[in-house]
Design a protein around this ligand. Structure first.
Ligand code: ACM
Length: 264
């Protein structure tokens, strides 16, 4: 295998990177992540903290306040993403971290109910969640069941996408806030056409989100590079990938040659 598209959890990327480096192969990673990484064998097409954590922190500090509780799943992305959010909040006048808690992946409904009760007593201005995957619905459902009000103390997240909203239900999701490089609702021709082709394929049970969109455009970038080079080995593809641009559903994107990350 010369080229891999994939990994969601940062823990899986951290496991794959040394292998693609050892064999000099290419990984396209489509997920938002905690940043502070570079590999010559990886093209990163999801958002890094300057592209999602910073705008989210600015918005939350301006609209809700600077006292925050952090809750996350127990692995590398939440620890690192919470560290960055903590820095952004603490740099702000009056910024305060009231709590920071991690729940193991696959935690129970009761675990989330207990965590929400703890946060309720602290009464932060907002909650920053780095809970990921199917657990996300349990967190937001526990919040709704506790009778809390998103207008006063919303959950802010970088990972709660259309996919997780479909799992928790729109009523439970309403009023909470996500910062991402892509939403289905982006109103441009490229996005409309792409979604139309996707839903025409009878995949109504799958909800496209920012990882889907990055996965989509990175395959196009690869296809262009492969067409130009005629060879799928990394040394042949790389010159055609670095600096490459594409009209993605989110808008124009460009692979930054120096960092291997994407201008979104
Ligand atoms: C993530 O683990 N990068 C969401």
């Amino acid at each position: 295998v010369q080229v891999i598209f994939g990994c969601y959890l940062s823990s899986s990327r951290k496991a794959v990177v040394p292998v693609v480096e050892k064999w000099n192969r290419l990984l396209f990673y489509p997920t938002l992540y905690e940043g502070f990484e570079y590999s010559a064998n990886v093209i990163y097409t999801g958002a890094a903290p300057n592209q999602n954590s910073v705008p989210l922190a600015n918005y939350m500090l301006q609209h809700f306040g600077s006292r925050v509780s952090l809750i996350g799943s127990d692995y590398i992305y939440p620890y690192e993403s919470n560290r960055i959010m903590s820095d952004l909040v603490l740099q702000h006048p009056g910024g305060k971290k009231l709590s920071e808690r991690y729940l193991k992946l696959g935690a129970s409904r009761q675990d989330f109910a207990k965590a929400i009760q703890e946060i309720r007593h602290l009464a932060p201005d907002f909650i920053f969640s780095t809970v990921v995957g199917a657990d996300t619905a349990l967190l937001y459902q526990a919040y709704a069941e506790a009778g809390l009000d998103p207008l006063r103390m919303p959950i802010a997240s970088l990972t709660t996408s259309e996919t997780e909203i479909a799992q928790m239900g729109a009523v439970v999701a309403a009023g909470h806030i996500t910062a991402a490089s892509y939403f289905q609702s982006i109103d441009n021709e490229q996005n409309r056409a792409c979604l139309q082709r996707f839903f025409a394929q009878d995949r109504a049970s799958i909800q496209p989100n920012m990882c889907w969109e990055a996965a989509y455009f990175q395959v196009h970038l690869f296809a262009h590079a492969l067409r130009a080079s005629g060879n799928d080995e990394i040394e042949c593809l790389r010159p055609y990938l670095l600096g490459a641009e594409f009209n993605a559903p989110q808008g124009r994107v460009k692979i930054d040659a120096r960092t291997h990350h994407t201008v979104l």
